[in-house]
Design a protein. Structure first.
Length: 324
């Protein structure tokens, strides 16, 4: 941004939201962090409360709120399977009603708004890697649909508010992201594996571990969102942001065991319903429009994440779902 802006970050106390708030506060902007703390932690942003340009509001974005802002980053939604499947109706409401409420605010304030969408809009993809032109293969009645279809509906709302009301919108589709401040009980493979390895427990692999993911470190991801927000108004997206380097889940588990020095063994469990078998972003648009590629290697990012996990007290985190 070229000048100080009033910025709202919904879901701002979450894993990615808290790091985004940090970057914006450090840049001198007036930041409003809005969160209902369903899956996030106040400790993620407690260190920012001393800054005069940071404000924390407990609020659920499924209900309207009236604020005066210039920029909105809409990150509010449970984003990990363990969390969004815990309360699927709440998840869908957050995606749809939350989009309606931030878009209404953006229309009234003439603010620009960025939607943190997801690679889950591609479902279990039939093309590989996934480009933004791919329309996806999603089961609308499966256990992951609350998140997948909620985010797809939110993208629809964003585009219709742009077409009908001239709201300046930006769409990014986030692929698997990890790093310090991940919720240790969110059900993601990185947090599951690190927590299990540090406790000396067996590491659970679903299926045979051959399914693949692409893991992007949180700092790289936040940088991409900041750059996307300030692109010319006529570039809307959607734009993939993620790491195009592909790893199997088994490779990830073996690397976590190596880096933690754990004696954990691998244990196989049945693959969950609708779990994608391959996931890797085509980031050609990100390279072209924001000159962005992730530069944190998985080993480097995992070491920082493991160090953070070693320093936290797990009793301070709620585990709303079974610790699989």
């Amino acid at each position: 941004m070229s000048s100080i802006q009033r910025v709202l970050v919904t879901g701002g106390a979450g894993f990615l939201g808290s790091h985004l708030c940090e970057r914006l506060v450090d840049a001198g902007h007036d930041v409003i962090c809005l969160d209902n703390f369903f899956t996030s932690q106040k400790t993620n942003v407690a260190h920012l409360l001393k800054h005069p340009n940071f404000e924390l509001i407990r609020h659920d974005i499924t209900s309207p709120i009236w604020l005066e802002v210039d920029r909105i980053y809409n990150l509010a939604c449970p984003a990990a399977p363990g969390h969004y499947q815990y309360n699927p109706i709440k998840t869908l409401k957050t995606s749809v009603l939350g989009a309606i409420n931030v878009l209404g605010m953006a229309k009234r304030c003439r603010a620009r708004v960025l939607q943190a969408s997801t690679s889950e809009v591609y479902g279990d993809p039939e093309v590989h890697p996934q480009t933004e032109a791919y329309r996806g293969s999603v089961n609308p009645i499966g256990p992951r649909a609350c998140y997948d279809e909620g985010k797809r509906a939110a993208e629809t709302l964003f585009m219709d508010y742009r077409r009908m009301n001239g709201v300046e919108v930006k769409l990014v589709r986030i692929f698997n992201t990890y790093g310090p401040r991940m919720h240790p009980f969110d059900g993601r493979v990185v947090s599951n594996f690190i927590r299990q390895a540090l406790a000396g427990e067996d590491i659970t692999l679903f299926g045979d571990g051959a399914q693949t993911r692409s893991f992007c470190y949180r700092d790289d991801l936040v940088e991409a969102m900041l750059r996307m927000m300030e692109t010319p108004a006529d570039f809307v997206g959607p734009m993939n942001i993620g790491n195009p380097v592909e790893f199997s889940i088994r490779e990830l588990a073996e690397l976590v065991i190596e880096l933690t020095g754990s004696a954990s063994q691998l244990v196989l469990r049945p693959l969950p319903e609708d779990d994608p078998t391959r996931r890797r972003p085509d980031i050609s648009l990100a390279k072209k429009h924001i000159d962005w590629t992730p530069n944190t290697h998985l080993r480097e990012g995992l070491l920082a994440t493991i160090e953070w996990f070693r320093g936290i007290d797990l009793s301070h985190y709620r585990a709303p779902t079974p610790n699989f």
